[in-house]
Design a protein. Structure first.
Length: 92
């Protein structure tokens, strides 16, 4: 026969459930939203990123994402700089 369990004073069988956080649009940045896509890449590019990921101990998809992000924003920064210089020189 098993002994009945003694109930601890003030404890409950049920755990407290946290209220879900409701996020507003301004709390969610597009850079954090991941989108599943199907993309065809050259085999040598995939091999390069897989090897680099192995060396760095990361995932190759993350490295590809990081490289694309750096490339896109580098171009945007250069374009922005060019526009500011043209504006300063009065070239439009």
């Amino acid at each position: 026969m098993s002994k009945p369990r003694k109930k601890k004073a003030g404890s409950s069988r049920f755990r407290e459930v946290m209220q879900p956080r409701i996020y507003e649009d301004r709390d969610i940045a597009l850079s954090n939203a991941k989108v599943n896509i199907h993309i065809r890449l050259d085999a040598d590019l995939v091999a390069y990123f897989k090897e680099r990921a192995k060396q760095e101990g990361s995932k190759y998809q993350s490295l590809i994402n990081q490289h694309l992000r750096e490339t896109v924003f580098k171009e945007q920064n250069l374009e922005g700089r060019l526009q500011r210089i043209e504006a300063q020189l009065g070239i439009n």
